[in-house]
Design a protein around this ligand. Structure first.
Ligand code: UDX
Length: 454
């Protein structure tokens, strides 16, 4: 008698609508749902997640104002600005209404957790007096470099024109100019403005990070020393959350039965673009020849539309299928984590998006690294020169590709990288155990959120 029914605590998640950002945010939602929170995902109409994959979540669509021509432009920076301008009012109104409904039920909205680039959500949280937390989906090294660059650039200490150089960047070792996470072109100014917003004058009360102490401890410590708010490194989030798929493109599972027929550690898995980058017909021809000439089995993800000027694989060289024979399997989209965990996979050719990097190390798979843009360059530098679990492909040339694939799969050098990756995999397993550092941080995060509305 008189026992109080515990209040339900709701969290509102606001992901940036790109696959590499949606995945960690929805994995975070799954992890926090398993801790007893109720989850609402406020999402743009563009790239909206499939509610059927997340039956325990509620969804709140926000008109994003992105036109067909915005989307066709491929201008990420502008599109992120458009989203930030258009979603604010709609999120504010929807949450006001939701707060009233929850109050009537005796429940409460505890917090808004937003992607570091969805700035408007932080404003809305301030406006509605809700706790606000940021999720950072890149490596700590990337953030450290971006902050450092903004500072050094502002003080005139770094000439960004040295971009193509192999020289080390002062105060940002081990990064060379070519590894900087900014595109050093005419669009630098626009991107710098976005980065300035991502790192300066944030009003959120904490930062959640999809990274792991055993990989980035010293960088995390440096960041924590400079930060006014607590940081919770809970990554790789996919290892602490119950399994969930938030893919926007349908996975082709036929590649798993193809892998089942290949020898142990023999296949190079090629997913070299992630969800955003694209290639010219000429570049694709180099990759196709390099793979076929390596004479090793390959599983190649070619995302629809990622070869410029074609819908899918129409522009592959005419003789490619004969040259590759039954050595190759091409799919539109793969169940990547399952592929990386498959015993037939001996190496991963990746653009080194941060999710792919973590997923590869989590399975002990060594990498061929060829970044496309932004933070991927930093990740490649760390993978190849600090953690030494991958080799960097300098140029997209068929001979170099053939050599890199054979070095990774067949040579001692590749075996040594695999051994180091296996050691890191074991460390990941320890950190993500119930008593490991990532789970410890997750529990601290839960306590932090609860302490705000008890
Ligand atoms: C983007 C940026 O490019 C990246 O640098 C940044 O760190 C995050 O945002 P993206 O290019 O999509 O990400 O790469 P990545 O971070 O690797 O994320 C791709 C996700 O899609 C991974 O979780 C991967 O498992 C998944 N994926 C990719 C599949 O499930 N199947 C595929 O075939 C390819």
């Amino acid at each position: 008698m008189g026992e109080q029914i515990p209040r339900i605590r709701h969290l509102v998640l606001v992901p940036l609508p790109y696959q590499g950002h949606i995945n960690p945010m929805l994995q975070l939602g799954t992890a926090l749902h398993s801790k007893g929170f109720s989850i609402t995902v406020a999402h743009t109409i563009y790239n909206s997640p499939n509610p059927q994959n997340h039956p325990h979540f509620s969804f709140l669509p926000m008109p994003d104002g992105l036109s067909d021509s915005d989307l066709a432009s491929g201008d990420l920076v502008s599109n992120i600005q458009v989203i930030n301008e258009n979603c604010k009012e709609s999120l504010r109104r929807s949450l006001e209404q939701l707060m009233q409904e929850k109050e009537l039920q005796g429940d409460t909205i505890s917090c808004i957790i937003s992607d570091e680039l969805m700035f408007f959500a932080e404003d809305v949280a301030n406006n509605l007096k809700l706790l606000s937390i940021i999720l950072r989906t890149t490596s700590a090294a990337t953030s450290f470099a971006r902050c450092g660059l903004l500072k050094l650039g502002g003080e005139g200490q770094v000439s960004l024109q040295g971009s193509s150089s192999h020289d080390l960047v002062p105060q940002l070792h081990p990064l060379r100019f070519k590894d900087l996470p900014f595109s050093l072109t005419a669009s630098f100014g626009k991107f710098a403005v976005l980065m300035e917003k991502a790192y300066s004058n944030r009003t959120s009360s904490a930062i959640i990070w999809n990274t792991i102490k055993c990989l980035e401890q010293s960088t995390l410590e440096k960041i924590q020393q400079q930060s006014q708010v607590p940081i919770f490194p809970i990554g790789p989030i996919h290892m602490i959350a119950p399994p969930v798929s938030s893919n926007l493109i349908k996975e082709d599972r036929s590649c798993i039965s193809w892998l089942d027929k290949q020898p142990h550690n023999s296949v190079i898995f090629v997913s070299s673009l992630g969800s955003i980058a694209s290639l010219s017909e000429k570049e694709v021809a180099e990759i196709a020849s390099g793979l076929a000439n390596s004479k090793l089995p390959f599983l190649w993800v070619i995302r629809p539309g990622s070869i410029r000027g074609s819908d899918w694989i129409e522009l592959l060289p005419k003789d490619f299928h004969d040259a590759a024979g039954d050595k190759g399997c091409i799919v539109r989209w793969a169940p990547q984590r399952e592929v990386l965990a498959h015993p037939a996979v001996g190496g991963f050719w990746s653009h080194c998006g941060w999710n792919s990097t973590l997923e590869s190390i989590a399975e002990g798979v060594p990498m061929i690294c060829k970044p496309c843009f932004g933070d991927q360059r930093v990740n490649v530098r760390y993978v190849s020169h600090v953690w030494r679990v991958g080799l960097e492909l300098e140029e997209l040339k068929r001979e170099e590709i053939e050599r890199a694939v054979r070095r990774l799969i067949l040579h001692d050098e590749g075996k040594e990288m695999r051994d180091r990756a296996t050691k890191l995999k074991k460390k990941f397993e320890i950190c993500t155990r119930e008593d490991g550092s990532s789970n410890y941080s997750l529990n601290e995060l839960v306590n932090f959120i609860m302490s705000y509305d008890s």
